[in-house]
Design a protein around this ligand. Structure first.
Ligand SMILES: Nc1ncnc2c1ncn2[C@@H]1O[C@H](COP(=O)(O)OP(=O)(O)OP(=O)(O)O)[C@@H](O)[C@H]1O
Length: 325
C-alpha cells in the first residue's frame, strides 16, 4: 500500500483534569479517500482531530501528516492541512475577501487571487466577497469557514461536523464540494453525527467510542458484514400474539398486530425464510404483502457503540431501533 497521508500511532491524551480522552489510537488515512469518523458525544473525535491539526498536544504517541511530525515539524505538517471547525472565530468586521486572503497568508503562501476566486465561486460566495462577515447568514458563515480552510490549497481537509444545523440545500452543496475536492486529490476526514452523511459520502468509516477506535472498515464491507435484512409481512388478519411454536424465531409482531417482522443475517447462506413461510402456513397465518429491507449504517452504528464490536453482528436491528428511541 502507498504510504498513508496521515499515520497516527499509539496516540493518547489525558487532559489536565486527569480525564483520558484518547486511549492509544492507531489509524492510517489513505491518500485521496473520504474517511468518516463517527462516535457519540464525548467519544474523542474533536480531541483526535485537534491533535492531528496541532491545536492540542498529545500525551504520548505520534502523528505524521504527509510524513511531517505534527509536533516536531508543526509548520510543515500544518501547511498540508485545512481545518473546518464547528464554530466561526473570525473577525466579524472583515470582508469575506480579506478573511480568505489572510488565511492563505498565514501559511506563508504567495497571494493567488485566482485560486481564492475559484474557492469562493465553488462555495457560491463570490457575490458576497465584499460583504462583512457579520452581515452574512449562518449558512454563508459556514461557507466562509470552508473557504478559509481551502485558501492555502491543503492536501488534507478536516471537516468537524460540517453540516450540523445547516439546511438541506447547504448540506447538498457541501457534499458536492467534498466530492469535487476528492476528485482533485484532496484527502477528506469528516466527523459527523449524521450517519446518513457517512453513508452517503465515506469510502471508509472509523468508529470511536470512549477514546478508543473500535472499528475501521470500508463502508461497503461494514454494511455487508454487520448488516441485517428484515422481511416484513403484512397480515390478512391481525394477530394477538405470536404462536408459541414460532416464539424461538427472530420474529416481532407490530403493536397493532397487523405485521410480522423477521430479521436475518445478510451473510448467512440459510435465511430461514422458506421454513418461516411453511410454519406460518401451517398455523393458518396468511399475509397479503411482504417486503424486505436492509439495516442502515445507523442501526449498525448504534449496535456497535452499545454492544462493542463483538455484540454488533449478533444484536438485532430491533435492538438498534430501541436504542435510538
Ligand atoms: N480541555 C479539556 N479538558 C478536560 N476534558 C476535556 C477537554 N476537552 C475535551 N475534554 C473531554 O474529553 C472527552 C472527549 O471530548 P471530545 O470533544 O474530543 O469529544 P467528541 O467526540 O468530539 O464529542 P462531540 O461529539 O460532543 O463533539 C469529553 O469527555 C470531554 O469532556
Amino acid at each position: 500500500m502507498a504510504s498513508p497521508i496521515i499515520a497516527v500511532n499509539g496516540l493518547t491524551k489525558t487532559y489536565g483534569s486527569g480525564f483520558q480522552a484518547l486511549k492509544g489510537v492507531d489509524l492510517e488515512i489513505r491518500k485521496g479517500e473520504i474517511f468518516a469518523l463517527l462516535g457519540p458525544n464525548g467519544a474523542g473525535k474533536t480531541t483526535l482531530i485537534s491533535i492531528i491539526c496541532g491545536i492540542v498536544n498529545p500525551s504520548s504517541g505520534t502523528v505524521l501528516a504527509d510524513g511531517h511530525d505534527v509536533v516536531r515539524d508543526y509548520r510543515a505538517a500544518r501547511a498540508k492541512i485545512g481545518l473546518v471547525p464547528q464554530e466561526l472565530s473570525t473577525d466579524a468586521f472583515e470582508t469575506v475577501w480579506a478573511t480568505v486572503r489572510f488565511s492563505r497568508g498565514l501559511f506563508g503562501k504567495a497571494p493567488d487571487p485566482a485560486h481564492l476566486e475559484k474557492v469562493l465561486r465553488a462555495l457560491s460566495l463570490w457575490e458576497k466577497k465584499d460583504s462583512k462577515i457579520m452581515a452574512l447568514s449562518g449558512g454563508m458563515k459556514r461557507r466562509v469557514l470552508i473557504a478559509k480552510a481551502l485558501a492555502h490549497e491543503p492536501e488534507i481537509l478536516f471537516l468537524d461536523e460540517p453540516t450540523a444545523g445547516v439546511d438541506v440545500e447547504l448540506r447538498h452543496d457541501m457534499w458536492q464540494l467534498v466530492r469535487r475536492l476528492r476528485e482533485d486529490g484532496v484527502t477528506i476526514i469528516l466527523t459527523t453525527h449524521y450517519i446518513e452523511e457517512a453513508e452517503e459520502m465515506a469510502d471508509r468509516i472509523g468508529v470511536i467510542n470512549k477514546g478508543e477506535l473500535v472499528l475501521v472498515e470500508d463502508k461497503a464491507t461494514l454494511m455487508r458484514k454487520l448488516g441485517k435484512k428484515q422481511l416484513t409481512l403484512s397480515l390478512q388478519e391481525p394477530l394477538a400474539t405470536i404462536p408459541a411454536e414460532l416464539a424461538s424465531l427472530p420474529l416481532e409482531l407490530s403493536a397493532d398486530g397487523t405485521s410480522l417482522v423477521y430479521t436475518f443475517d445478510v451473510q448467512s447462506e440459510e435465511t430461514g425464510i422458506a421454513a418461516l413461510l411453511r410454519q406460518l402456513n401451517a398455523h393458518g397465518i396468511d399475509f397479503r404483502d411482504l417486503h424486505s429491507s436492509e439495516s442502515s449504517l445507523e442501526e449498525i452504528f448504534v449496535n456497535l457503540v452499545r454492544n462493542g464490536v463483538a455484540g454488533g453482528p449478533q444484536a438485532t436491528a430491533a435492538t438498534a431501533r430501541e436504542a435510538r428511541a
